[in-house]
Design a protein around this ligand. Sequence first.
Ligand code: ADP
Length: 350
Amino acid sequence: MASVTIKNVRKTYGNLEVVHGIDLTIDDGAFVVLLGPSGCGKSTLLRMIAGLETVTAGDIEIAGKRVNTVHPKDRNIAMVFQNYALYAHMKVRDNMSFALQLAKRPQAEIDEKVGWAAKILNLEPYLDRYPRELSGGQRQRVAMGRAIVRNPAVFLFDEPLSNLDAKLRVQMRTEIKELHERLKTTTVYVTHDQIEAMTMADKIVILRDGYIEQEGSPLEVYDKPANLFVAEFIGSPSMNLLEGEVTSSGVRLSDGTLLPLPASHGAQPGQKVVYGIRPEHLKLGSGNPAKVNVVEPTGPEMHIYAEFGGKEICVVTQQRVAPARGTAIEVSPQLDRVHLFDASSGKALV
Ligand code: ADP
C-alpha cells in the first residue's frame, strides 16, 4: 500500500491547459473518488498518476517517490478501465494471470493468486471461459481480478461501472467497496456519478474545468458544500437554489416571497444571495405557498415539483401524499439545514 501525492500538477494539450495546478494528497489505504462532469479533467489526472499521460508541470509521488518519469509498469499500480480491456482470445484464468506470467512468477504462486482472486470475486466457475462467454458484471470482475492478483500499491479505476445496467452497477459498487474494506489498497476512482462517489468514497474530490472545487468526506460535501457548483452537483434531486436579497427578516425573493434565515448566518443586510435548501429539508404543511406541477413516486419517497417564488422547486417527503397538478401546498425550510451562497462569487457564507 502507498500514499499518492499530487503537487501543483498541470497538464496542457498543445496550447490548452486542462489541469491547472492541482494539489491533492491521497492517504495510504484511502478510497478517493475524483468526481465531476465530463471534461473536468478527472481521467487526465488519473492517467497522469498511472503514467499513461505525461505531467506538464508539478510532481506526482507514489509512496513518497517521485514517479513523473517512471514507466507505468514500474509504478506498482493496477488500472481497471471502463471497457475492461480483457484479452478476448484468452480464458479468464489467463487474463487474470497474464501480468504474473510476464513477470515470470513461479507457476505455483500464479495458481495460488489466481485461485485466491477468483474466490474473492466469485469467478471460480468461470476460470475456463472466454470473456465473450461472460456477462458484463463478470467481465468487470475479471478486470478487477487481473488488478488484484498483482497486489499493487495503488488501484486506479476509470469509470469502471459505466457499461453496466443500473442494477448491476449498484451490486458492483458494493463489491468494489467490500473489496477495498478487505484489501485496504489505496484506491483512486474516477466517476461522473455522484451517487457512486457518495456511496464508495472515504474522500470525494470534486473537479470542475481542471480545478478542485472541494474535497471532503461524502457527508461533508453533502452537508457543507463550499460553493454553488458543489451544492448543485451533489444530491439528487438537486438542492433548490433561490436568488434573493438579505433583509432584517429573512431572504426576499424577486416575487416578494420571504424565506426565513437561521439566527446566525454569514450574510449582510442588502447582500444578494442564493438561498439553498435540499428537497428533503422542506417540510410540507405550513409556511410559504407553492403550486404543484407534478408528483413522482419513487416508492420510499414522493418527489413533489411545485412553483415557488417564481421557480420550480422540489420537495421530497416520505408521506404518501400525491397532490394533483395545480393544488396549493405550503412548504417551510428546516432552518438548521438552510445554505446561503454569495450570489456573485457563489461561495458558501458561513
Ligand atoms: P473527464 O475525464 O473529466 O471527462 P478528461 O480528463 O478526459 O475529462 O478531459 C479533460 C479535458 O482535456 C477535456 O476538455 C478534453 O477535451 C481535453 N483532452 C483530453 N484528452 C485530450 C487530448 N489527448 N488532446 C487534447 N485534449 C484532450
